[in-house]
Write a protein that binds this ligand. Sequence first.
Ligand SMILES: NC(=O)c1ccc[n+]([C@@H]2O[C@H](COP(=O)([O-])OP(=O)(O)OC[C@H]3O[C@@H](n4cnc5c(N)ncnc54)[C@H](OP(=O)(O)O)[C@@H]3O)[C@@H](O)[C@H]2O)c1
Length: 226
Amino acid sequence: MTHPRTALVTGANRGIGLAIAQALGRQGLNVILAARHLAEATAAAEGIPGASSIALDLADAASIQRALGEIEGRVDVLVNNAGVCPEGSATAVPMTEVRRAFEVHLFGPLALIRGLLPGMLNRDYGRIVNVSSGWGSFAEGLTGPFAYSVSKAALDALTLNLSLSTELTGNLKVNACCPGWVHTRMGGPAAPRTPDQGADTPVWLATLPPDGPTGGFFRDRAPIAW
Ligand SMILES: NC(=O)c1ccc[n+]([C@@H]2O[C@H](COP(=O)([O-])OP(=O)(O)OC[C@H]3O[C@@H](n4cnc5c(N)ncnc54)[C@H](OP(=O)(O)O)[C@@H]3O)[C@@H](O)[C@H]2O)c1
């Protein structure tokens, strides 16, 4: 019997992240649910067989390093799901919110990738899924609030550039996705999709077979333009 894979899901205490964690748990992965508040991650992990929880604030470099130390590189699947959506135009949104969006969507995910990639390379297996948004797509017009759209575009750029790196050898895949408009605290009550529907494409990317795609941007399991 092969050892179950371990997945780390950020922002897993609610919304799409929780649905991703539950779906990966149903598929037999050992899921580590990461959330800013440990008690919320622990409560969310209850009922997911084999799941555990960890405190992780992506806007806090020390919190990221503490979490990486606890995890000790034992992660095969990294789902960078956590997100924030500050309102406001380029000139109106407070700079602190712009910086927070970049911490949560770019620098935090990058720090996790840098911490976990060596273990993935050693084990010749890795799936990195960056949960982005159509609002971060140049092709779709970058139409969202400034800090959100620009930082998600940066996450997309990270995805593509990393996928092209010669350091990314073997059975490693890095992809980005848009979950669609999902009924969560961020998406709001008018959104047509359930969290489970929003989780479908990220879960698919998190469990891709060796001949699956890498370096792509997907919605509904189909490629979309950056
Ligand atoms: N909902 C949509 O329609 C939609 C559309 C396109 C893309 N997305 C993307 O899908 C992902 C999940 O969104 P969602 O709709 O599930 O949103 P959500 O319900 O608002 O959940 C956001 C999650 O991110 C976490 N988070 C925020 N700041 C964090 C930080 N500094 N460190 C760690 N975690 C942090 C939140 O934790 P707390 O509970 O502690 O705040 C929460 O778990 C996001 O990346 C979002 O941009 C969503």
